[in-house]
Design a protein around this ligand. Structure first.
Ligand SMILES: Nc1ncnc2c1ncn2[C@@H]1O[C@H](COP(=O)(O)OP(=O)(O)O)[C@@H](O)[C@H]1O
Ligand SMILES: [Mg+2]
Length: 293
């Protein structure tokens, strides 16, 4: 079964950087897919090619895709629209424009992103999927909507049994069971094949968020590998000016807080580097530091 490694944390802390560096590393070991579900994702810019339309090879053994809302909705239509229309039109006098209405419902795109992840994991094409997620809140919504959807489907079953006779073209129960089964598979994929790294910078807010998200992931049943404390100022560059000395001290206090709260869980520390993404050698250096940390 394909393993999924997700990177999560507050905006701007370095999730994409860690995800890309990790994906490049896994690509040396086997076929790897890099998926971003961040609506303001930057994979297309990093790899200098459009990745928001379909899965595209970006390096040897490495495919990438950015799951934009539009791409997700297109795929959703392809896969589910006919079934949904068949159910609705069998008891309501509606045209296919009802699908536009459903598409606008909150959570449909998030719901389908995870279905896409499942399809990719089950395709058997990839040894590893590296998942670059949206900032904290959106990702947690994504997970909890999945659970809501599952219990909704369980409830729906009971309701539809009562009104079964109004359906003439399709068996809604069969469809509901199918959707419910898919949702159960997604939850199982997340709980058994997925592990998470929570990324933070040595500042108060990103750290508090990281601790919160780690708790939420655990609650959901996703196992947390540990934390990555990214952009630590190296002490040697901070000794000559009171501003940088104070900044360094502040970071160290945040680091202490992180280590204490991590309570034995892994905390990888990465320095603030001179380079940045898209500059040659940067991702290679991050990848090396990540493995050493
Ligand atoms: N260790 C680091 N040293 C220097 N720059 C970094 C480091 N980690 C990330 N960056 C830079 O910080 C910015 C934000 O990183 P990014 O990975 O896009 O964060 P996120 O995906 O969490 O929003 C990028 O410009 C990236 O190049
Ligand atoms: Mg990002």
């Amino acid at each position: 079964m394909t393993k999924i490694e997700m990177f999560t944390g507050k905006g701007g802390v370095g999730k994409t950087t860690m995800a890309v560096a990790t994906a490049l590393h896994y690509a040396q070991l086997g076929k790897t897919l890099l998926i971003s579900t961040d609506p303001s994702g930057s994979l297309s810019e990093i790899f200098s090619q459009p990745l928001d339309q379909r899965v595209t090879e970006v390096a040897a053994n490495l495919d990438a895709v950015e799951l934009t809302r539009q791409l997700v909705l297109d795929l959703w239509r392809e896969k589910f629209a006919d079934e949904i229309y068949a159910v609705l039109s069998s008891f309501l006098p509606v045209g296919r424009e009802i699908l536009d209405y459903i598409e606008g419902a909150p959570g449909i795109d998030e719901e389908f992103m995870l279905d896409y992840l499942l399809t990719m994991a089950q395709s058997g094409t990839y040894q590893t999927i590296v998942w670059d997620t949206a900032p904290t809140v959106t990702t947690l919504n994504l997970l909890f909507i999945q659970q809501l959807f599952y219990s909704h489907m369980t409830q729906a079953q009971k309701v539809y049994v009562k009104v079964k006779n109004v359906f003439n073209k399709v068996d809604p129960l069969a469809l509901i069971n199918k959707w419910r089964d898919l949702t159960a598979q997604v939850i199982e994929l997340l709980q058994t094949e997925t592990t998470a790294w929570v990324v933070a910078n040595p500042e108060r807010l990103p750290i508090e968020q990281a601790l919160h998200i780690a708790d939420s992931l655990n609650e959901f049943g996703i196992s947390v590998n540990g934390f990555i404390l990214n952009k630590m100022l190296p002490p040697e560059v901070c000794s000559n000016h009171p501003f940088w000395q104070a900044k360094f001290q502040a970071q160290q206090r945040c680091r202490e807080r992180m280590l204490f709260a991590a309570d034995g869980r892994v905390v990888k520390e990465l320095p603030e580097l001179l380079g940045e993404m898209k500059v040659d050698g940067f991702l290679g250096e991050v990848s090396k530091l990540l493995r050493k940390a």
